[in-house]
Each structure stands twice: as C-alpha cells, then as structure tokens.
Design a protein around this ligand. Structure first.
Ligand code: ATP
Ligand code: SF4
Ligand code: MG
Length: 332
C-alpha cells in the first residue's frame, strides 16, 4: 500500500531579480492511500497540483513536507536503493506519449531494454514476451515492433507507453491525463484496456484528469479525489461523491449543465472556468475557493475549512457549509 501522510510540495518562485523569493504551494497537506487493486481518480482544473502529486507518488520528486510510506516503509527517508525499487513499483504513464518515447529507437528496442534488464530473459524468449505484452494493450506486434514512434498513431503510442510501464512488473500505475492527447473516439477503448489490465494484474491505479467524466469512468467502485489549488477539497467513494457532492467546486465540476436550486444561474457562470491560478490567486487566509464561491460568508474569508467527514464515513469535504445541494436542470 502507498500512503501519503500530510504531503506537501512547495516550489520557490522568483519573479525578477529585484523581487523577493515567493513560495508556490503546489500541493498542500495531502493524505491518501492507494492499495493494490484499487482505482483512484484525482480530478481538478489546470494547475491545481495533480501532476506534482503524481510525480511525488511515483518517486520522481521528493515532497517538501510529509511522508510517503510504501508497505510500511517511509520512502521519503529511505536510502537510494529503496528509491530504485520505488521507481520500479510505481510506474508513471505520462500525458504526452510522444515525448516519453525515444524518437530514434524502434519500438522493439524501447521495450526490449527494460525486459532484458529487469527480467533477465534470454534473447530467444524476447519476441514471445514482446508479443504477449503488446497483445495485452491491444497492439499487434507484427505491425508496430519495427516502427519508430512517429510512425504510430496517437492511440498506438498511448498504448505503447502503458506496455512499456508494464515491462518492469509494477504494482501501481500513475496515469497522468493519459488519454487527453488521444482522439475522443479512442479514449474509451484505451481507458477500458487500462482498467482491465489493472484489474487482471491487481494494480493500484491513480488516474489524474481534469475531466470529471473520465474520473467517473475510471474510478467506478473506487475513489474520487477532488483537488483545488493544491489541496484536496473533497474525496470519497466514487458513487458516493457522484450521488452527493458537497463542496461547491465539486458540485460545479459534476454539474456542467445543471444548476443549483436557489442560485438560478449556471454554476459555470458563477464559478468561471479557466480561473487564473497563480501565487497571487490563492487567498492567504480562509477558504482557497472563497473568491469564486457563490456561498462564501465572512467565516470563509477568515477561516480555512479542514477536511471533515460528512454522511458517509469515507466521504470528506473541506467546506464550512458542506451540503448536498440540489441540482436542477438548466433552462437552456
Ligand atoms: N518544477 C516546478 N517549478 C515551479 N513551479 C511548478 C513546477 N511544477 C509545477 N509547478 C507549479 O505548480 C502548480 C501545480 O502544477 P501541476 O503541474 O502539478 O498542475 P496540474 O494540476 O497537473 O495542471 P495541468 O492540468 O495543467 O497539468 C502550478 O502552478 C505549476 O505552475
Ligand atoms: S468554505 Fe465557504 S468559500 Fe469555501 S467552499 Fe465552502 S462555502 Fe465556499
Ligand atoms: Mg498536469
């Protein structure tokens, strides 16, 4: 099991030579656990810290504070060799498969290297291993092995980076916006194959996305974690979150069309999309969502809400006024 205990990541920003250093709190005090066989979707808009979280879970960057514990071992204080093992246990599937593949290597070379190194298999067995690996992600070995990344379609490349992640027998996958660069028509297929593989191999899957529909699809029976400005503002079992979101931001993400009763305006109007996120955009005190929140009060300006349980024991919400507001259909 991977456990995140009060994990934060702060980047030091320097605006100009003259200005002082400023801190950007990309991830703040996140607690999570991912066990084998479990699916978690991390959802939130651009810049909310999803990739930073995923990179910490994958051991690619260290947290600034807090601990990451794998199977009871605190990795953040572990020696170098333990980090090597971590890098194998948790594989990150990046957003841009093209950038992740070496453009001057054939697919065969790219896949063979980790297989030969990690499994110490003999060259004679290689082709058979490659075929079964590619078959698992829905690719025909005969069609792709001798090609270079640029000769493949976006969907094929995406499947390929999944196959490459599997060469080292990970126990966990962290998929960062893994289908966002793929044609809409192929997304569902690739998501389904990723789910199937994870189920078959009992992998823990953390799927990062800005699209609630993708989160809902991937985390059926699992957990949804909603992030806002580096913080988890709502989390819980997927079906529970979908049935009864209680944070206004989560409600706005889920209800792209419906509106909230008593606030007869579309939430998208009240909570504008593409809100500029910056060091300056985060209020120093109070609720981080307060500048955009239609329900904010004086208390929200002064006091930062803690994540607390509501209704269901695993359903946590960081809002002073968390409640399952009724969604009604928009007039147009
Ligand atoms: N290496 C870095 N140095 C400085 N700031 C960084 C660094 N990496 C990320 N950030 C900042 O941290 C914040 C969170 O970034 P992150 O990439 O984790 O967001 P995200 O949710 O993945 O966004 P997107 O949906 O656009 O991929 C952003 O403000 C980003 O600019
Ligand atoms: S704490 Fe206040 S500002 Fe923050 S989401 Fe809840 S109602 Fe809105
Ligand atoms: Mg990202």
């Amino acid at each position: 099991m991977i456990e995140l205990k009060h994990v934060s990541k702060t980047f030091v920003m320097k605006k100009s030579r003259a200005s002082a250093r400023r801190l950007l709190h990309a991830v703040q005090d996140v607690n999570l656990s991912l066990s084998q066989g479990k699916f978690i979707a991390v959802v939130g808009e651009s810049g909310c810290g999803k990739s930073t979280l995923g990179r910490m879970v994958s051991g690619l960057i260290p947290p600034s504070a807090g601990d990451i514990v794998i199977d009871g071992k605190t990795m953040t204080q572990a020696p170098r060799h333990a980090w090597k093992k971590w890098a194998q246990l948790v594989q990150l599937i990046p957003q841009d498969p093209y950038a992740a593949l070496n453009p001057v290597r054939t697919i065969k070379t790219s896949l063979a290297e980790p297989l030969l190194y990690h499994h110490k298999i003999r060259r004679g067995e290689l082709n058979q291993r490659l075929e079964s690996l590619l078959d698992m992600v829905g690719l025909d070995a005969g069609n792709v092995l001798e090609k270079f990344p640029h000769q493949l379609s976006g969907g094929q490349r995406q499947r390929l980076v999944v196959a490459r992640a599997l060469t080292v027998d990970p126990q966990y996958l962290v998929a960062d916006e893994s289908v966002s660069m793929v044609d809409v028509s192929l997304r569902l297929e690739i998501l389904e194959s990723m789910k199937q593989i994870s189920r078959q191999r009992q992998l823990g899957l953390m799927f990062i996305t800005h699209d609630f529909r993708v989160a809902r699809y991937i985390a059926q029976g699992g957990e949804i974690v909603v992030m806002y400005l580096g913080r988890v503002i709502e989390r819980g079992p997927t079906e529970e979150i979908l049935r009864s979101p209680q944070h206004p931001y989560a409600q706005s993400l889920i209800s792209a069309v419906p509106i909230l009763e008593g606030r007869e305006r579309r939430l998208e109007e009240i909570v504008p999309r593409n809100y500029e996120l910056s060091v300056d955009g985060v209020p120093e005190h109070g609720c981080p969502f307060q500048p955009r929140c239609p329900f904010a009060t004086e208390k929200c300006v002064k006091e930062s809400p803690e994540l607390r349980g509501v209704d269901h024991p695993e359903h946590l919400v960081a809002c002073h006024y968390a409640e399952p507001r009724k969604l009604i259909a928009a007039a147009n």
